[in-house]
Design a binder for this molecule. Structure first.
Ligand SMILES: *Cc1c(COP(=O)(O)O)cnc(C)c1O
Length: 379
């Protein structure tokens, strides 16, 4: 186990805060004996649908499953192309490959770390079926431009919200005064489908795997519900080859205990990010992330122009955790390598990003320690 003085993530304070509620929730399921699709699953789905402002929320086994079940439900399959970002976790591209489609990687914007919407149109072909933006680090992708393209070319949009639960979209700059139809909407409720993860380290984390599909589309919802239970609407009357991808009832009960607190926790993350930004405001060679409205800071990620790895090593020697999300852009992974034109921005950014410790209860004192240690390494 890591014995770092300040790890990159500490889940204990949140557990301490809700210990009794969470233990009671777990016990409630154990004592009911209803472990598979128990009442807590349906109740969580109703509560989370209301929170997000969507008609349908469908609990599944993981964020990865949420992504590929979403795509299958939208009819994405062999021969189709899906436009996405190379700068993400493998599950995003993997889900596209899983349904038999081909990921098309469009380069990112160096300030937002998200797909650059101005580069999408030139990559749309006859085979393009969908766009799959990722709200990386909790920062909403530029949805108004993406939705305009989707409407123009009749494409589906699946939002990867694994890192953005509770984030709201305003505009690319985060300001609220553009005449924008989507202003204030939850990420995952703008495109056709939103796919969320409840992996323990995510902003809304379970105590094991979990995921969710959110949509307003009745047909997509019905298909997704069927696919998660072996392709059967009625038990033992299977209509298609599906999956065993149910949200576990104990996880649903834990998520129900946590959901009412998510806005408080996300606001606390924003405060942590704002404080870091003050500490790093005048350092040459370090670019702090933009703190736009609606961003929920799943990660606090700096761009360090030079010697990023040496800085990370120094932090570790001083007992401070940090991570590189992600060191290899997806188009450079062995399974996809050599099939795509270059994405120079994501290649460069992969060598420059460093994510620092962040969680809602992280104290200012600890943040000061992180920044002082980092600045030492930097000098
Ligand atoms: C975590 C994550 C996923 C996958 O979620 P799991 O629940 O671990 O399957 C997908 N996309 C992104 C961007 C992620 O960060």
């Amino acid at each position: 186990m890591d014995q770092l003085e300040i790890p990159i993530l500490d889940l204990k304070p949140q557990y301490e805060q809700l210990k009794e509620t969470i233990q009671a929730a777990i016990l409630r399921v154990v004592e009911s004996g209803q472990f598979i699709m128990g009442p807590d699953v349906k109740q969580f789905e109703q509560e989370v649908a209301q929170y997000l402002g969507v008609n349908h929320a469908i609990g599944v086994n993981s964020g990865t499953d949420a992504l590929f079940i979403s795509m299958r439900s939208l009819g994405v399959g062999p021969g189709d192309e899906v436009i996405t970002t190379p700068f993400t976790f493998f599950a995003t591209a993997e889900a596209i490959s899983h349904v038999g489609a081909k990921p098309i990687f469009v380069d990112i914007d160096e300030h937002t770390f998200n797909i650059n919407p101005d580069l999408i149109e030139e990559r749309i072909t006859e085979r393009t079926k969908a766009i799959l933006p990722v709200h990386l680090y909790g920062r909403p992708a530029e949805m108004d431009k993406i939705m305009l393209l989707a409407q123009k070319y009749d494409l589906k949009v699946v939002e990867d919200c694994a890192q953005s639960f509770g984030a709201r979209y305003f505009s690319a700059q985060g300001n609220n005064n553009l005449s924008n139809a989507y202003a204030g909407k939850q990420t995952g409720t703008i495109g056709d489908v939103g796919a969320y993860s409840f992996f323990p380290s995510k902003n809304l984390g379970a105590y094991g795997d979990g995921g969710l599909i959110a949509t307003d589309d009745d047909v997509v919802a019905e298909t997704a519900r069927m696919l998660r239970v072996h392709g059967a609407k009625k038990k033992y009357y299977n209509e298609t080859v599906g999956y065993n991808s149910r949200l576990d009832t104990i996880q649903a009960a834990i998520l129900r205990a946590k959901l009412p607190h998510i806005d408080t926790w996300n606001n606390a993350r924003r405060k942590v990010a704002q404080h870091y930004n003050q500490l790093f405001s005048d350092v040459t060679g370090i670019i702090p992330p933009e703190c736009i409205e609606g961003h929920v800071f799943h990660q606090y990620t700096l761009t360090i122009k030079d010697k990023r790895d040496a800085v990370a090593q120094h932090l570790r020697q001083q007992g401070i955790g940090s991570m590189v999300y992600y060191p290899v852009p997806q188009d450079k992974l062995p399974i996809y390598q050599g099939q795509y034109p270059p994405n120079p921005v994501s290649d460069r950014i992969a060598n420059q990003v460093l994510s620092l410790p962040i969680w809602p209860e992280l104290t200012f004192d600890k943040q000061r320690r992180v920044s002082q240690t980092l600045l030492c390494a930097f000098e």
